[in-house]
Design a protein around this ligand. Structure first.
Ligand SMILES: [Fe+2]
Ligand SMILES: [Fe+2]
Length: 238
């Protein structure tokens, strides 16, 4: 287990495996940051029900673009050019969740509530990680993610409280996104995940992080009056 903390100046001395894993994880993170806006801006920005919602959708997208920029800079510093993720089609995103597009306000709300929350979990994996420049960008990004999650939660709750039809829409969106959220944590037996942990780049196993997420979300859904979806229905990665 690697327990040192390193700076950019130490990077060249690191093992080849470390270099590759750090480059890879930054590339995926950059892709996920920009993947969100590419899912919802086109349809949801004009469809926002109020001017305030429209402003918040635009601001959320701007924050994700800034997260991309921060991660892309770190990657660039270690010689990894991630700019291709800016223009690649949604179908090529590293993570399945970001393929396709968001076309309903219910999906947009639940996306913030459930998927930005996975985003927060992914960032929390890097707390206390071995690469100090990565640690340093986390607090500001996570603060903004908390805002996205809360906005998604509030919009989902609004929909539920609007009546039976709204509640049914919210439940349908939760059923769709919940299993996608669980899949985002990856396979329980992932060899790569073990190597990330070995090099101090991640804290938890995929399964631990997924279980923590499930434990966090279940009481929130219950309190909102929604059914907890079957965690296996439609899942792809176990
Ligand atoms: Fe983000
Ligand atoms: Fe976000």
């Amino acid at each position: 287990m690697f327990t040192d903390k390193i700076e950019l100046k130490d990077f060249d001395k690191m093992d080849q495996e470390y270099k590759e894993l750090l480059g890879h994880v930054l590339t995926i993170q950059a892709d996920c940051e920009i993947g969100g806006p590419h899912l919802y801006v086109e349809k949801m920005l004009p469809a926002a029900p109020t001017k305030l919602d429209q402003l918040i959708v635009a601001r959320t997208a701007a924050e994700e673009i800034d997260h991309y920029r921060k991660v892309a800079r770190l990657a660039g510093e270690i010689g990894v050019d991630v700019s291709f993720v800016l223009s690649q089609p949604n179908e090529k995103r590293f993570v399945d969740t970001f393929r396709g597009s968001i076309t309903t306000w219910a999906d947009n709300a639940v996306f913030g509530f459930l998927i930005d929350r996975v985003g927060r979990y992914q960032l929390e994996e890097f707390y206390d990680c071995s690469y100090l420049p990565l640690q340093r960008i986390l607090p500001d990004i996570v603060t903004e993610e908390l805002g996205h999650i809360e906005y998604g939660y509030n919009k989902t709750l609004e929909l539920i409280q609007s009546g039976d039809a709204g509640k049914a829409k919210a439940q349908k969106a939760v059923d769709y996104w919940y299993v996608r959220a669980l899949d985002m944590f990856g396979r329980a037996d992932s060899k790569k995940s073990e190597r990330y942990r070995h090099w101090g780049l991640k804290r938890r196993t995929n399964q631990q992080a997924r279980q923590d997420y499930m434990n966090e979300v279940a009481p929130i859904l219950r309190q909102m009056g929604l059914q907890l979806p079957d965690p296996n229905q439609g899942r792809r990665y176990f």
